[in-house]
Ligand binder design. Structure first.
Ligand code: NAP
Length: 332
């Protein structure tokens, strides 16, 4: 079933992976829905580091494609097999094609937004919130009293990891690159915040009584990787989940033997693969928000234009942002 739809829409197309100059906003056909798809009239789109990997080519994709992986808005059309949603429902989605006036998503990657959570908060919360929550529940399931370390603690995922880990009873040590970021991370659940560089390893060992951290959540990647092995506890788990400074290099398995360390390299997509997983974790995330356990810090809102999207990508890689970046696609 579909409301009356235009045939054309504006979408952020990438014809060739590469620099910011490859970002364009063109008029394209509104996607047609398959039997298990949902078409969303986008209100807001969330900006994520993965968009820069898609645009830049760290993750190879067939071109042309529509950029953006996180949308919120209202259901505009439904595939013939989708019986449990209605046109007009307020939803958020996870999948490529979000920077567009209409976004097609698989039913399994669409979740209803609860009452009280607006489009902007929906786009601000979903992907980074699910990433942080699944890391803490599955990658290294944090236990009460654990010492854990969150790199880039004032970033989008970082701020949520700090708040959630603290809520789950862990002692959280964060890392950041500036005093200003350290202050924000401390206001959001980090007990201690350290800057990278000289003395960092010693300070973590001192804070943890020489033991190191039971879990490390590392979205920075290449630059923090070697230090992770110095500050991980015996039998600890290093969760390397991002490439903000570049991907981690291959390493010999024997590197793990020194402290019986576990390393995992998770992606959100494999934790919320089925509709049941996606809806289950989303429900837990939305409950945390409804219960007032999470502060969703929106760092910046950008217009849906070539300049706006380019600026959002420039900003998220600039190390100057603290929290979530969103693009306002729809009109109020
Ligand atoms: N595996 C998954 O499924 C998944 C899902 C979502 C996100 N992620 C990953 O999680 C990480 C954080 O994502 P986010 O969207 O929340 O971004 P973000 O943390 O808001 O921004 C990235 C942060 O990384 C830090 N950083 C360190 N070295 C950097 C460098 N050379 N260039 C740029 N930034 C650098 C910066 O904080 P400081 O200045 O404080 O160091 C920067 O603010 C990213 O690596 C992303 O790919 C992974």
């Amino acid at each position: 079933m579909a409301a009356s739809l235009p045939s054309q829409m504006r979408a952020c197309s990438i014809a060739k992976q590469g620099g910011l100059e490859n970002i364009a906003v063109d008029s394209v056909e509104v996607p047609s829905v398959g039997p298990t798809d949902v078409l969303i009239k986008v209100g807001y789109a969330g900006v994520n580091m993965i968009d820069t990997y898609h645009r830049g080519g760290v993750y190879k994709l067939e071109t042309p494609f529509t950029l953006g992986t996180e949308a919120s808005g209202t259901v505009a059309a439904l595939g013939s097999n989708v019986m449990d949603l209605s046109v007009g429902d307020r939803v958020a989605s996870y999948g490529l094609g979000a920077f567009a006036e209409y976004c097609k998503a698989a039913r399994a990657k669409v979740v209803k937004l609860p009452e009280g959570l607006g489009d902007k908060e929906g786009a601000a919360a979903l992907l980074q919130g699910l990433t942080a929550w699944t890391l803490l529940k599955e990658a290294y399931p944090v236990k009460k009293g654990d010492w854990v370390l969150v790199h880039a603690a004032a970033g989008g995922v970082g701020l949520l990891l700090c708040q959630m880990a603290s809520y789950l009873g862990a002692h959280v040590i964060g890392t950041t690159s500036s005093e200003e970021k350290a202050k924000i991370a401390k206001e959001n659940g980090a007990e201690h915040v350290l800057q990278y560089g000289e003395g960092f390893v010693d300070k973590v060992l001192e804070l943890t009584g020489g033991e190191g951290c039971a879990g490390i959540y590392d979205g920075v990647g290449k630059d923090t990787w070697e230090d992770d092995f110095k500050i991980i506890a015996r039998k600890g788990t290093i969760c390397t989940f991002g490439n903000a400074s570049g991907p981690v290099e291959p390493f010999p398995a024997l590197k793990l033997a020194a402290k019986n360390v576990k390393v995992c390299r998770p992606t959100l997509g494999n934790y919320v693969y089925t509709q049941q997983e996606f809806e289950g974790y989303s429900a837990e995330l939305f409950k945390l928000i409804a219960d007032g356990k999470l502060n969703l810090r929106v760092h910046g809102e950008y217009p849906f234009s070539v300049e706006g999207i380019r600026k959002s990508q420039e900003d998220i890689t600039s190390r100057k942002t603290m929290g979530k970046l969103v693009i306002k696609v729809g009109q109020d």
